[in-house]
Design a protein around this ligand. Structure first.
Ligand SMILES: [Fe+2]
Ligand SMILES: [Fe+2]
Length: 167
């Protein structure tokens, strides 16, 4: 029951719910950044990279879902209006106006690094205070670190393919 969850973390309730809503907004923006990036990106290794973008998009949406459930458990309300996503989020959405796949990858890398730092902050906020949110933020943090690594690997492969062309 929501009352119990609220009671356990009462001193930090407002801070935790606020941060969960910030991350919830960031997840929706991250989802859209990948989703629309997969539609417009063009360049080398396109089909392979787009597959990864689509998988990441699905995972960002799954994160948004987990965060919304936790916000509700804590007696809060997930952001109801998409117009608020930009004002709540502290990771900026970058529209992929340049479809060059290398640029799109770099935008996603920036977004992933931002997500990693914010989940790290949520872990710190909840450590020893709210074990359920701590476990959740730790679980998402691990996936964001994997996303970051996968994007870095693609960027590295592309840089190497430029260096390692035929003589
Ligand atoms: Fe995410
Ligand atoms: Fe991610």
């Amino acid at each position: 029951m929501a009352q119990t969850a609220q009671y356990i973390v009462q001193d930090n309730l407002v801070k935790i719910v606020d941060m969960l809503n910030q991350l919830f907004a960031e997840e929706w923006l991250a989802y859209y950044q990948y989703w629309v990036g997969a539609k417009v990106a063009a360049g080398p290794m396109r089909s392979e990279i787009i597959k990864e973008f689509e998988e990441h998009a699905e995972e960002e949406l799954k994160h948004a879902n987990w965060l919304a459930d936790r916000i509700i458990q804590l007696g809060g309300t997930p952001v109801l209006n998409p117009e608020e996503w930009n004002s709540k989020a502290k990771c900026r959405y970058e529209a992929p106006t340049d479809p060059c796949i290398f640029k799109v990858l770099q935008q996603n890398l920036t977004a992933e690094r931002c997500a990693v730092s914010h989940y790290q902050q949520l872990c710190e906020l909840c450590h020893g205070v709210d074990f359920v949110t701590f476990r959740l933020s730790e679980k998402i943090l691990k996936e964001e670190v994997e996303h970051e690594q996968e994007i870095e690997d693609f960027i590295h492969d592309m840089e190497m393919s430029l260096k390692c062309g035929p003589e």
